[in-house]
Design a protein around this ligand. Structure first.
Ligand SMILES: NC(=O)c1ccc[n+]([C@@H]2O[C@H](COP(=O)([O-])OP(=O)(O)OC[C@H]3O[C@@H](n4cnc5c(N)ncnc54)[C@H](O)[C@@H]3O)[C@@H](O)[C@H]2O)c1
Ligand SMILES: O=C(O)CC[C@H](O)C(=O)O
Length: 348
C-alpha cells in the first residue's frame, strides 16, 4: 500500500531539494510506494505545476501519485506523515524569532486542519507508558518552518486529538552541523562521530553539547573532549559556529539553507520510520513533558533521543555539568519567552 506524505511549502527551495529524496525512497524505504501531496498557497500553484512535471519526469518507480493543492482539507486528508516546511524564511540581520508573528498563525491553522482531517490515521496510534519514559507508535508531523520549536508547539496545541508525541521539530540540521564540525577537527568522516546533542531551541541560544559524544579513531572509540584536546575551542568557537551557522549561510548565499535542511529532514524522518542505530542517539525537538533534565514541561525542546518501533524516547540520565546546565537553562528560558509571545499574538 502506498503511504501518503504531505510536504507544505512544496513550491519553496527546501522542498525542491527534499521531494526527490522522498520520492526515490531515501526516507521511507526502497520498497515503500508513496503518494506525495504538495501543499502551498494559491499564488504558488503555477510553480507547483512545474514541480509536479519535474517529479513525473524523474520517472521514479515508487512515486504512485503527486497531488498539488492549496487546500488543507486535501493536503492533510488521511496522511501518514506530514512535513511542515511552508512559512517565511528569515533574511540577513533577522533572528529566527522575528518570524514568530508571521509564521505562528500558519501553524495554528495547520494544526487545527491536521486535527480535523488527519484523524483516520491518528486513531491507529497507541500509547504504552513505562515509568517516566514514554513510547509511542504512529504517524508523524515534523515541523521545519521557523521558529521551528514554537511553531511545533502551537501546531500541536491546535491539534488536541493528536498525541503530543506525534509532533517533533527539526534540530537535526544543527546536530549534523555539530557532528560535521567535530569530524573536520578530528580529520575523520562525519559517520565516525556519534552522540552529539543539540539541547533546546533551533536558534542562536541552542546548546551543541559534545560531552557525551564519541569519535571512532582508526577503530578505537574515544571521547570527543579527549580526542580534540582543546577545551577552549569546544566551549567557544565550536558552539558559536553551530549556533550561528544558519545566519552564516544566509549571509553568504543570500538565501537560507536548503540542501542541508532537506538532508536533515530526510535523516530525521528516516530515523522515525526505521529507528536509530543501537547505542546511538540523535537530536530532535520533542514535547518536554516527563523529561528528567528539569526542562520546563510545556515546551518543544531539543533532546537526545533514541527511536525504536516508530517511537521516540528521550535518553535519560546523562550527567550534566554546571557549564551545560547554564546553557540548557538559557535556551529553555528563550523558549518559554517565545511560547508566551506566540500565545499572546494568537489570543489578540
Ligand atoms: N528547522 C530548520 O532546521 C530549518 C532549516 C532551514 C529552513 N527552515 C525554515 O523553513 C522554512 C521554509 O524555508 P524555505 O527556504 O523553503 O522558504 P521558501 O520561501 O523558499 O519556501 C517557503 C514556501 O512556503 C510556502 N508557504 C507560505 N505559507 C504557506 C502556507 N500557509 N501553507 C503552505 N505553504 C506556505 C511559500 O509559498 C513558499 O513556497 C522557513 O521558515 C525557514 O526558516 C528551517
Ligand atoms: O533562519 C535560518 O537560520 C536559516 C534556516 C535554518 O533555520 C538554518 O538553521 O539554516
Amino acid at each position: 500500500e502506498p503511504i501518503r506524505v504531505v510536504v507544505t511549502g512544496a513550491a519553496g527551495q527546501i522542498a525542491y531539494s527534499l521531494l526527490y529524496s522522498i520520492a526515490k525512497g531515501d526516507v521511507f524505504g526502497k520498497d515503500q510506494p508513496i503518494i506525495l501531496v504538495l501543499l502551498d498557497i494559491p499564488p504558488m500553484l503555477p510553480v507547483l505545476d512545474g514541480v509536479v512535471m519535474e517529479l513525473q519526469d524523474c520517472a521514479l518507480p515508487l512515486l504512485r501519485e503527486v497531488i498539488p493543492t492549496d487546500e488543507v482539507e486535501v493536503g492533510f486528508k488521511d496522511i501518514d506523515a506530514a512535513i511542515l516546511v511552508g512559512s517565511m524564511p528569515r533574511k540577513e540581520g533577522m533572528e529566527r524569532k522575528d518570524l514568530l508573528k508571521a509564521n505562528v498563525a500558519i501553524f495554528k491553522t495547520q494544526g487545527a486542519a491536521l486535527d480535523k482531517y488527519a484523524k483516520k490515521t491518528v486513531k491507529r496510534i497507541f500509547r504504552e507508558e513505562k515509568s517516566k519514559s514514554f513510547w509511542y507508535k504512529g504517524h508523524h508531523v515534523l515541523v521545519v518552518g521557523n521558529p521551528a520549536n514554537t511553531n511545533c508547539l502551537i501546531a500541536s496545541k491546535s491539534a488536541p486529538s493528536i498525541p503530543k508525541e506525534n509532533f517533533s521539530c527539526l534540530t537535526r540540521l544543527d546536530h549534523n552541523r555539530a557532528s560535521s564540525q567535530v569530524a573536520i577537527r578530528c580529520g575523520v568522516s562525519s559517520d565516525k562521530v556519534k552522540n552529539v546533542i543539540i539541547w533546546g531551541n533551533h536558534s542562536s541560544t541552542q546548546y551543541p553539547d559534545v560531552h557525551h559524544a564519541k569519535v571512532d579513531l582508526h577503530g578505537a572509540e574515544m571521547g570527543v573532549y579527549e580526542t580534540v584536546k582543546d577545551e577552549a575551542w569546544l566551549r567557544g568557537d565550536f558552539i558559536s559556529t553551530v549556533q550561528l551557522r544558519g545566519a552564516a549561510v544566509i549571509k553568504s548565499r543570500k538565501l537560507s539553507s536548503a540542501m542541508s535542511a532537506a538532508k536533515a529532514i530526510c535523516d530525521h524522518m528516516r530515523d522515525i520510520w526505521f529507528g536509530t542505530k543501537e547505542g546511538e542517539f540523535i537530536s530532535m525537538g520533542v514535547y518536554a513533558a516527563g523529561n528528567s533534565y528539569g526542562v520546563p514541561e510545556d515546551l518543544i525542546y531539543s533532546f537526545p533521543v533514541q527511536i525504536k518501533n516508530k517511537t521516540w524516547k528521550i535518553v535519560d540520565g546523562l550527567p550534566i555539568n554546571d557549564f551545560s546546565r547554564a546553557k540548557m537553562d538559557a535556551t529553555a528560558a528563550e523558549l518559554v519567552e517565545e511560547r508566551d509571545t506566540a500565545l499572546d499574538f494568537l489570543s489578540q
